[in-house]
Design a protein around this ligand. Structure first.
Ligand code: PEP
Ligand code: MG
Length: 880
């Protein structure tokens, strides 16, 4: 028995979404609800996956199943594919299980050939409509199946419009369009070396294969990587009877959302184009009109649309993104799916859903994508600075962006990846621009509406977008944007405000965003549900304060090295390092002590009442000394003198301290075993700072952490040193203070020997940055620029292990470390303070591993709070 790959919409209600794809599932569902959906069938993702693995070959039985589904469809519609009296026309649309708007292919009006186009003209008495549909098929089929460039057809269309003196394609007559079809067939043959297939079944077969292939298109890959979607899912193909929005004034097509996807406001939001087919809206070929216009133009269909949209939202309990067509006054629903929206909109919407009793607070927490919260912290324009727009368009995705104007996606991708802030400026974006959009701060288009490609994708990515700036002339070849007599050239700085829809010259000042009430409400639900505590990595009082405002429950990692880097301290630090006599070293350390003490005091005060983990010095000493090459140059230019002698001593010392692999060198506790005075001074500063803050009623819970421990013996010695200094300080102050002492677990040996190490540790904090580096043998400084990008692109690994924990390898060591540590010392406090502490998938993993807290950079604290709550509600960090 062969598998079933084909389901009629009416029979597919129970088929899993993974097989039907989002579009197929939506169509099946709407059919079951009795909504006006054109008839058709879905070919499952399993067929695509099979084709993907067998060089494009279809699985056994698929062709026969399509034949019989088509025969049944023809029967139900009373029309036949390629018939010369009543031809059936269909659309062939892609649709993956996880929505990837615009990334894969669609072909409309399939089934037309010379005879069927003639029959359609006769049957409808409307040659304009019949040949408009045919030229669209030739164009789309030519592009998608035969690989003929879109511009070839677009130029011919533009030429014909110019010859006829009309502005819009709707101005062309039936005769014009028939002539254009002849020209398009010629262009097709010239461009592809084959004739356009007149056999509609051949068209169907080729179109389905092209849809399957489009799963593997470069832009689809880029989109999946950016959105953490697996490459293995495949797309479904939906074969659907055509309904025609291009049948005159009583027809049209549109896209709408049940709530505003930019702000979350509960209003019908969308766009509509009279006498057009769907592609015209999405591709931004004609700028559509706001959906309210439809109320005037087609009142009956509008009322029905409003009621249907509400019904679909209620049914799915989720904001819907809907495509529809009106054919001669009759409404048809073509698609419904969960709407992509900004983080701000997502929060407002789920909060209102809870208030309306549509979903529970648990569901609300699960509905928010934690990674998306990043957007809320995107800066906006400083309202106190007057912004003078040079042009206005549609505020298509909120937030402000500043960057150098660039005019094509490749440039945006290259300059953006090199670390430059760029704003992508296009006539209209296409799915092929996705790599540039990812690297740009924002996007401006002179064309297209709120539901155009640029707007939809920018909202999904949380990038500011201003669309449809009609007054701007964009010349990609000259690399200019012109508004009146203002010319913006490539590289000129511009600022856009994606809420107001404005474009300004220069780099305007931005201010940090606020999280707002909707976030506060959802974060409160999240906090009630999570088990993991969330701390921040902060090493200045400002960072500590910001972290606290964002909900941090303490500091999980205060790195002390920046305190050594401050300009006025560096000379003293150098003296300490260069000293050859103990007395000199002691003197330098004594000078550093009060400086460190005041740093700690301010940080403890900012975190009063909460735990603060201070990590003693970690990096190799030579990092505090001048660069070797610079020093050599300086020496070469200096005449013999006492200054030259000093420089020579310095150069010698730098040479002595330099290591081939400093990251594997004299760092962390190794440094302190050689120079215990440094840690002793730091501990003194910590105790004095803590006593001073406590004296003002601002006591924090102090935890002292030893870095880069591999052997229990290292920690035993360090603990002894730290305890001695604490005792001395407390005794001389005549005060008492609880200070716990623990260690980072950031080397594989430490994780494996956690039981012995736990004997000397009150807590463990997993340093997953170094643990990743040392487990994989990937240099944290070089791997990302060297080979990791290739690894990710080629699919050797799915995620960057420095950003998202390698669950099977590094994660295993975390689990082992946690288990062995706790077995030896029940109640041992466990945390993690590597970059992974702010990555939602990793947070879910740490929840599962039984850790007590995660610590991440202040701006990721809101993300970690939500991710921790989702983990407690059962969300896993596994890829979709
Ligand atoms: C770590 O290694 O994960 C860590 C937090 O320490 P650092 O990044 O300072 O080496
Ligand atoms: Mg480390």
């Amino acid at each position: 028995m062969t598998d079933t790959y084909v389901y009629a919409f009416a029979d597919a209600a129970e088929v899993p979404r993974e097989l039907l794809g989002g579009k197929g599932a939506g169509l099946a569902d709407m059919t079951r609800l009795g909504l006006p959906v054109p008839d058709g069938f879905t070919i499952t993702t399993a067929a695509c996956v099979h084709a993907m693995h067998s060089g494009g070959d279809w699985p056994d039985g698929l062709a026969a199943q399509i034949d019989s589904a088509l025969a049944a469809l023809e029967q139900r519609c009373g029309r036949r594919l390629g018939d010369d009296a009543a031809p059936l026309l269909v659309s062939v649309r892609s649709g993956a299980a996880v929505s990837m708007p615009g990334m894969m292919e669609t072909i409309l009006n399939l089934g037309l050939n010379d005879a069927a186009a003639h029959a359609l003209a006769e049957e409808t008495g409307d040659a304009r409509f019949a040949y408009d549909s045919y030229r669209r098929l030739l164009q789309m089929f030519g592009e998608v199946v035969a690989g003929v460039g879109a511009h070839v057809f677009e130029h011919a269309l533009t030429r014909r419009k110019a010859e006829q003196g009309v502005k819009l394609d709707t101005g062309l007559s039936g005769d014009d369009l028939r002539g254009l079809c002849t020209e398009f067939k010629r262009l097709y043959a010239e461009g592809s070396g084959t004739e356009f297939p007149q056999d509609p079944r051949e068209q169907l077969r080729l179109a389905i294969s092209a849809v399957f292939r489009s799963w593997g298109a470069p832009r689809a890959h880029v989109y999946r990587r950016a959105n953490d979607i697996s490459d293995d899912l495949g797309t479904a193909a939906n074969i659907c009877q055509m309904v025609f929005g291009n049948r005159g004034e009583g027809s049209g097509t549109g896209v709408c959302f049940s709530r505003d996807p930019a702000t979350g406001e509960h209003v019908l939001y969308g766009e509509f184009l009279q006498n057009a087919q769907g592609e015209d809206v999405v591709a931004g070929i004609r700028t559509p009109e706001p959906i309210e216009r439809m109320r005037e133009l087609l009142p009956g269909a509008y009322e029905e649309l409003v009621a249907t949209v509400e019904r679909l939202e209620k049914h799915h309990r989720e904001v819907q993104d809907i495509e529809f067509t009106v054919e001669q006054g009759r409404l048809y629903m073509l698609q419904t799916r969960t709407a992509k929206r900004t983080a701000q909109a997502a929060l407002k919407i789920v909060r209102e859903f809870v208030a309306e009793g549509v979903i529970t607070p648990d569901e609300a927490v699960l509905r928010i994508d934690p990674a998306q919260l990043d957007q809320l912290l995107h800066p906006r324009l400083d309202a106190s600075v007057e912004a003078e727009p040079i042009a206005r368009g549609l505020g298509a995705s909120p937030g402000a962006a500043v960057g150098a104007a660039v005019f094509d996606a490749d440039t945006a991708a290259a300059r953006g990846a090199a670390g430059e802030a760029v704003v992508l400026v296009r006539w209209e974006t296409t799915p092929d621009d996705i790599h540039g959009l990812i690297q740009a701060q924002g996007v401006v288009t002179s064309h297209g509406g709120m539901t155009s490609h640029a707007a939809v994708v920018a909202r999904g990515m949380g990038k500011p977008c201003v669309a449809g700036v009609e007054s701007a002339q964009i010349d990609e070849a000259a690399r200019t944007l012109t508004v009146g007599d203002v010319v913006v050239r490539e590289g000129d700085m511009i600022t856009i405000d994606g809420a107001a829809g404005t474009l300004m010259l220069g780099a305007l000042p931005l201010v940090a965003a606020e999280l707002g009430e909707d976030f506060a409400a959802i974060a409160a639900w999240a906090d009630e549900r999570r088990r993991l505590r969330v701390r921040a990595n902060a090493d200045t009082p400002e960072d500590a304060r910001r972290a606290r405002e964002l909900g941090a429950e303490g500091i999980g990692l205060c790195r002390t090295e920046h305190m050594f880097m401050a300009a006025e301290r560096l000379p003293v630090v150098r003296e300490m390092i260069l000293a050859t006599q103990d007395a000199k070293r002691e003197a330098a350390l004594a000078q550093l002590l009060p400086m460190q003490q005041s740093d700690f005091e301010a940080i403890f005060a900012a975190m009063a009442g909460l735990p603060v983990t201070v990590r003693l010095l970690d990096p190799p000493l030579h990092e505090f000394l001048p660069d070797r090459t610079a020093l050599a140059v300086e020496l070469a230019q200096t005449e013999p003198s006492p200054e030259r002698a000093r420089l020579e001593r310095l150069a010698d010392r730098v040479r002595q301290l330099s290591e081939q692999n400093p990251m594997l060198g004299t760092r962390g506790c190794r440094l302190a075993l050689l120079h215990p005075g440094i840690y002793a001074m730091q501990v003194r500063a910590i105790v004095r700072g803590a006593l001073a803050a406590a004296g003002r009623g601002e006591a924090a819970q102090i935890e002292i952490m030893i870095p880069l421990v591999a052997y229990a013996e290292e920690l035993r010695r360090m603990r002894e040193l730290v305890e001695e200094v604490i005792a001395e300080e407390l005794e001389s102050a005549g005060r008492e203070l609880e200070i716990s002492i623990g260690t980072m677990i950031e080397l594989p040996r430490a994780a494996l020997r956690a039981a012995e190490i736990a004997e000397y540790a009150d807590f463990f904090s997993f340093g997953t940055n170094d643990l990743t580096q040392t487990t994989l043998g990937f240099s944290r400084d070089d791997a990302e620029s060297a080979f990791l990008a290739t690894y990710l692109e080629a699919g050797v690994i799915e995620r960057n292990p420095f950003a998202s924990i390698d669950m099977d390898g590094v994660g295993e060591l975390v689990r082992i470390g946690a288990e062995r540590g706790r077995a030896a010392r029940p109640g041992l406090k466990l945390g993690i303070c590597g970059e992974h502490g702010g990555d939602p998938a990793s947070v879910a993993f740490f929840h599962g591993a039984g850790l007590d807290y995660v610590s991440c950079s202040p701006f990721r604290v809101p993300i970690a709070r939500l991710a921790a709550a989702r983990a407690a509600l059962g969300a896993t960090g596994e890829r979709r």
